[in-house]
Design a protein around this ligand. Structure first.
Ligand SMILES: [Fe+2]
Length: 295
């Protein structure tokens, strides 16, 4: 007798590399030495005081990929980050792979092109990325199956990546004792984030969830892996029983107390270009703009 059973998702190896300057976790997802991998949310170090970039964080990723003989299939972003610069172009140059982001990035490009009054040559068609991913789109990392989950709210273009039994949630939720991401950047919306979080929390309870950041309270060690079940039970902002209205009220009140991230102005200008610096001016130097009283 033949029995039909639900397909068990594969359990990829997930290596997190924590950047302590921006509290960001870069992930390398793979199935063991010598296999294909995806890199998610890389960091190019940037010192806002001097305007200097540095590849220390990205080089840690390169070292890990090379020492495990991994072949990079994708260099993914969950969204256009406001707190760090992406190292995608540097990683692509050194490791290969296709850069990709959610296809709603066009809206974010358009929004910030207006805010920064970027030159007409700065395209808002997403063409800076090798591939734009639609909601529910599936992709392959060697034998691993990946799927895109559109989860807007923190920004209008956020996506999460479901790869085997692991989901990379980007800036939707943080660890249960930290809560959720802010929704007050241009195009952000707390009600929309609530719906996105509930969508993620409707996945199987044992699904592993990997955070894009950790901001540990008190003396807790850095942590960035949890599960759907744990978030539903303990997340301080969105555990089961918190209504949309309660969440929106809490999020809106809290966001009104937050300062802008230190790197939002350089980070967004560079990240909407898929991590490429703005074109060099006639003296060979690239510049970022600071809009006065615009944010
Ligand atoms: Fe973010």
């Amino acid at each position: 007798m033949t029995q039909l059973t639900a397909r068990t998702p594969s359990r990829p190896h997930v290596h997190g590399i924590f950047d302590k300057t921006t509290w960001t976790v870069t992930y390398v997802v793979h199935q063991g030495p010598g296999t294909a991998c995806a890199i998610i949310d890389s960091v190019l170090d940037y010192d806002p005081k001097s305007g200097r970039t540095n590849t220390g964080s990205a080089d840690r990723v390169i070292d890990y990929v090379k020492s495990n003989h991994l072949k990079v299939a994708y260099i993914l972003e969950t969204h256009a980050h406001a707190d760090h610069l992406s190292a995608a172009p540097y990683l692509k140059q050194n490791l290969g792979g296709k850069t990709a982001i959610g296809d709603h990035i066009l809206r974010v490009q358009d929004l910030f092109k207006g805010i920064f009054n970027l030159a007409p040559g700065c395209k808002t068609d997403g063409s800076q990325f090798d591939h734009l991913l639609a909601d529910e789109e599936v992709f392959q990392i060697g034998d691993l199956h990946g799927k895109v989950l559109y989860v807007p709210g923190h920004t209008p273009a956020c996506v999460a990546y479901e790869i085997g039994d692991a989901v990379f949630v980007g800036d939707t939720m943080f660890m249960p004792d930290v809560g959720t991401a802010r929704c007050d950047f241009p195009g952000g919306d707390a009600k929309t984030l609530y719906a996105s979080v509930r969508k993620l929390l409707s996945l199987q309870p044992q699904t592993r969830l990997f955070m894009c950041h950790d901001y540990p309270p008190n003396q807790r060690e850095i942590a960035f892996e949890t599960t759907v079940a744990e978030q539903r039970e303990r997340n301080i902002h969105v555990h089961d029983g918190i209504s949309e209205a309660q969440f929106v009220e809490m999020r809106t009140q809290r966001d009104s107390t937050l300062e802008m991230p230190v790197l939002i102005l350089p980070a967004v200008q560079i990240n909407i270009r898929a991590g490429e610096l703005p074109p060099k001016e006639s003296n060979g130097v690239a510049y970022v703009k600071i809009p006065i009283n615009a944010l």
